[in-house]
Ligand binder design. Structure first.
Ligand code: ASP
Ligand code: MG
Length: 423
């Protein structure tokens, strides 16, 4: 008998009808003879609504209480889903992350899974039941407090469980039919990828593609666990995330697999920084000490007459005020002139393993940006990715231009966005 882990996102279980529809799919898998473990997210926009509520009672909720609050969202959907499956004549048992043995470190709001001890899940399966697990949550090994894995973390719960249970596959059910060459909400002619490698998917997820949680892809790669991303609203085959793309598959997408975009970052420019050894180290150490993740960095050539330079870097908008406060504190010590904060930037990333062996990708990309009238403000690259920063207002047209320049457009509209409020 095969063991399958299925994960259903919030838009798939947005209301009672959605829950019943998902229950029917799960029952079908069970009827087909599979052992089934299901990971479920909170219904619709529940998590966002809970965060709004927390912010109405205090401007700075503590991590511990916020995590306790947010995990309630997944508890609601898991219990309802178990009931709906029961109504179809199958036994289903729901478990919180802690009951399912998801053991994490203690960083609230972004905990890492450090161990998975799914004894109760195995027990339920052995009894012939379907196990339903609340996504995105666990319990801290040290403090025994309830933790969450970060927004979108249910994907990671699913992959972590699939790895621990040695499942054959982890199916991630979402509101689109798979991983597309670009966000279909921005590029209606985006094409569905039949397969994508872990390496490419990591770059896409890290660059703002929201279809899979970054840590879930890291986890799947570590355990070489295939992920099948597909829609819970259709029966179409989705996208396989695997180690190597099958020989001869998707030849047409050999160079570029996909384009990700991100509007969630801001840019800080430190103006008039003395060009001395150790200054950059001091700046970025203070940012790192506050646990702020930065992304791109650009340092200008210093002006010969003044010996001053400008340093720009990007970071999540949510860390913007934190970072500027920290930098102002060290202004006297470093002696820079001023700081500029810009939250109107957009980032576009072109990802494809084929880039390694094909010269000219950058030239084609930049020519497309020029033709679309998009000014490039920052650039960063990896072996299989080129990212640029531009004005946020230009980002959608930049994505469309790059998509066409690499012949990624599909002849027919493949992408259907079935659910979700886009929140
Ligand atoms: N409900 C959580 C969120 O909205 C976790 C998840 O959906 O994966 O971020
Ligand atoms: Mg969600």
């Amino acid at each position: 008998m095969g063991l399958i882990v299925q994960k259903y996102g919030g838009s798939s279980v947005a209301d009672a009808d959605g829950i019943k529809r998902v229950a029917a799919r799960i029952a079908a898998a069970k009827r087909a003879g599979q052992q089934v473990v299901v990971v479920v997210s909170a219904m619709g926009d529940t998590t966002d609504n809970l965060i709004d509520l927390a912010n109405q009672v205090t401007p700075i909720p503590t991590g511990r209480e916020l995590d306790m609050l947010l995990t309630a969202g997944e508890r609601i959907s898991m219990a309802l889903l178990a009931m709906a499956i029961g109504n179809l004549g199958f036994e289903a048992r729901s478990f919180t992350g802690s009951q399912a043995g998801i053991i994490t470190d203690s960083s609230h709001g972004r905990a890492r899974v450090i161990d998975v001890t799914p004894g109760r899940i195995t027990e339920a399966l052995n009894d012939g039941a379907i196990a339903i697990v609340a996504g995105f949550q666990g319990i801290s090994q040290d403090t025994k407090d309830v933790t969450t894995l970060g927004r979108g973390g249910s994907d990671t719960t699913a992959v972590a469980l699939a790895a621990a249970l040695e499942a054959d596959v982890c199916e991630i059910y979402t509101d689109v039919d798979g991983v597309f060459s670009a966000d279909p909400r921005v590029v209606p002619t985006a094409r569905k990828l039949k397969s994508v490698t872990y390496e490419e998917m990591l770059e896409l997820a890290a660059s703002g593609a929201k279809v899979l949680h970054l840590r879930c892809v890291e986890y799947a790669r570590r355990f070489d666990l295939p992920i099948h991303v597909r829609s819970s609203f259709s029966n179409l085959e989705g996208t396989w995330v695997v180690k190597d793309r099958p020989e001869g598959a998707d030849m047409e997408q050999a160079i570029i697999s996909g384009i990700a975009h991100d509007k969630s970052e801001a840019k800080i420019t430190i103006v008039g920084v003395p060009d001395r050894t150790g200054v950059a180290a001091r700046i970025f150490q203070s940012i790192a000490d506050a646990d702020i993740n930065i992304d791109m960095i650009v340092q200008n050539v210093s002006a010969a007459d003044t010996g001053l330079t400008d340093i720009s870097f990007t970071l999540p908008k949510t860390e913007g005020s934190n970072a500027t406060t920290i930098l102002k504190k060290i202004q006297g010590e470093i002696g820079y002139l001023s700081i500029q904060y810009d939250d109107q930037i957009g980032k576009l990333s072109l990802v494809g393993a084929g880039m390694r062996s094909h010269p000219g990708v950058t030239a084609t990309f930049f020519a497309a940006m020029a033709d679309a009238g998009v000014n490039i403000e920052m650039i960063s690259t990896s072996e299989i990715r080129i990212s640029i920063v531009c004005r946020q207002a230009d980002l959608d047209s930049a994505v469309r231009a790059a998509h066409s320049a690499f012949d990624l457009d599909s002849d027919q509209i493949e992408a259907v966005v079935y659910g979700g409020t886009g929140r």
